[in-house]
Design a protein around this ligand. Structure first.
Ligand code: FAD
Length: 505
């Protein structure tokens, strides 16, 4: 048997210096700090990065905490604002407006989900919306923010938060960390890849200036092109266009109006054949329209986007085409794909950066040696595939439940959905219960937020709740609402919270 040091990975080469490349470099440098492994990032400043990807989910905070970075460090460095959830405007039809918060609703009683009690009260004529029982949603609606208590007095005080951040400043911050941890950087265009004739493993990158960069493990963070995983290793792309029809976006930045406060949520507004994002940062906002090119021309997309920005435009709108889907195998031989090279889901629930984080965690947990045992590679591929599929299902749900009248939306409502999703929605409808599969990113509270947002409550409530006296329930629910309203009243505005951060130099 080989000793560990004979087969240990010595050189890791990361292709690409976008969000994925620098996240991977920083995290691997930290994880492997007690090993002699060298890490090199090869990126081309001529090619540049995708330049979008600014709304996150709370896992981002766990990611950078592992690197020893505080919220204040990252918020200070990236012009970030706080995000309590996503506000969906117009998805259920005219006037529809709801928030998917990062947190729970109400308090479960006697082991029965809170939504059952809320539904029972609704049946008795109480019109209080479910969102009134979510501190996260209530703070978001009020434009307020404070960090949640580390020791919440009750589940009513539980909420989580994420950031809206400037993607280029975030990559810069991670790069500084990675370089200080010994990561080397080469700014050059990769023109080719040398494969070992005996087994097709990658031996070296061939740069346009003729230099070669050899390595044991290659991490492909080259973006949509999938320079290594697709072009060199031949991993096919599974196209999910039959479920997710949007295939293009226009992105544009806008300046915040003087004296305005960024809202503490991402806004996603439905349009006739797609939807618009609004991501408020401290100094500017990111805006964009995701649309179906089968239903909307580029000009129609621009006409929908430009009059509705979060401020005056400061960049030209930029078109980005994409294909929803994933690499058949994210890891092939000695090449692992992370980020856009591994697959793409439209940013409706801000999942791409979270998928990168989880891919990095997976790579750390399954970090190989130079034998690249098939069991390790297969496990990585299986986990990655399942996670992407579960996330895809959650995105499809939003389209499938829509209540709009345009042809695009009617088509989405009538489209086939994957079996995994069908099982979930059928169980919800029949019994108000949630299935949580392995490698699922979104908790039941998130599914509840979407079902409720589209007013899709189950056919019946939990039998254990049916007989609970309405008067008792009324008192409990009123107390919950009062506790949340009190917490909101005591919380400062989002702008007041952000005023502690200066702009980066
Ligand atoms: P890129 O940023 O494209 O980086 C690729 C890197 O590879 C670059 O450094 C490039 O120079 C290098 N490279 C490529 N070819 C070569 C070569 N031949 N030689 C040398 N170097 C090369 N995610 C979220 O989490 N939240 C969001 O709100 C969000 N919004 C999005 C909106 C849109 C419209 C799109 C398309 C994506 C969005 N994403 C979002 C996804 C997010 O942008 C990406 O997941 C993230 O930026 C990571 O990109 P990347 O690093 O994989 O690729």
């Amino acid at each position: 048997m080989d000793s560990v040091s004979d087969t240990a990975i010595r050189d890791v080469v990361i292709v690409g210096g976008g969000t994925a490349g620098w996240m991977a470099a920083a995290a691997l440098a930290q994880h492997l700090r007690h090993t002699p492994v060298t890490i090199t990032v090869v990126e081309s400043s001529e090619i540049g990065t995708i330049g979008v990807g600014e709304a996150t989910i709370p896992t981002i905070r766990r990611f950078y905490a592992q690197l020893g970075m505080t919220d204040a460090d990252v918020m200070g460095a990236t012009e970030a604002s706080c995000k309590l959830g996503i506000r969906f405007v117009g998805w259920g039809g005219t006037g529809s407006d709801f928030i998917h918060p990062f947190g729970l609703y109400g308090q479960d009683l006697n082991g029965v989900g809170f939504h059952n009690y809320w539904m029972k009260q609704r049946q008795s004529g109480d019109a209080t919306p479910l969102a009134a029982y979510s501190l996260g949603a209530s703070l978001a609606k009020a434009g307020k923010f404070t960090e949640p208590s580390p020791n919440p007095p009750s589940s009513l005080s539980v909420f989580d938060w994420a950031l809206h951040l400037d993607a280029s400043l975030f990559a810069k911050h991670l790069r500084a960390y990675a370089e200080a941890s010994g990561v080397k950087r080469i700014d050059a265009r990769i023109g080719g890849v040398d494969l070992r004739p005996s087994d097709g493993f990658i031996e070296a990158l061939v740069l346009d200036d003729g230099r070669k960069v050899a390595g044991d493990l290659f991490v492909d963070c080259s973006g949509f092109r999938g320079l290594l995983i697709g072009e060199a290793m031949g991993s096919a792309y599974e196209d999910w266009g039959r479920w997710l029809d949007c295939d293009a976006a226009f992105a544009v930045q806008s300046k915040n109006a003087p004296g305005s406060e960024p809202v503490p949520y991402t806004r996603v507004t439905a349009h006739s054949a797609g939807w618009q994002w609004g991501i408020p940062l401290r100094h500017r906002a990111g805006n964009g329209l995701v649309f179906s090119s089968r239903h909307m021309t580029d000009q129609e997309a621009l006409d929908a986007l430009m009059p509705n920005l979060m401020g005056k435009p400061i960049t030209e709108p930029r078109r980005i085409g994409f294909r929803p889907g994933r690499r058949d195998r994210a890891w092939v031989k000695n090449c692992v794909a992370l980020g856009l090279s591994a697959g793409f889901l439209e940013p409706l629930e801000s999942t791409s950066i979270a998928l990168i984080e989880n891919g990095i965690e997976r790579l750390k947990a399954l970090f190989p040696d130079r034998t690249f045992a098939p069991a390790v590679v297969d496990e990585f591929n299986d986990q990655s595939a399942r996670e992407m599929e579960r996330t895809r299902d959650f995105i499809i749900l939003h389209y499938w439940l829509n209540g709009r009248d345009e042809p695009f939306w009617r088509e989405r409502r009538e489209a086939e959905i994957p079996d995994t999703l069908r099982k979930k929605v059928e169980l919800w409808k029949a019994r108000g219960q949630f299935v949580r599969y392995r490698w699922e990113m979104f908790h039941p509270a998130s599914w509840l937020a979407i079902y409720d947002g589209f007013d899709r409550m189950p056919d019946r409530i939990d039998p254990a709740v049916e007989g609970v006296p309405a008067r008792d329930l009324d008192v409990s629910l009123q107390q919950m609402r009062a506790a949340i309203a009190d917490a909101v009243a005591r919380t400062p505005s989002h702008g007041a919270f952000l005023s502690q951060f200066a702009s980066p130099k």
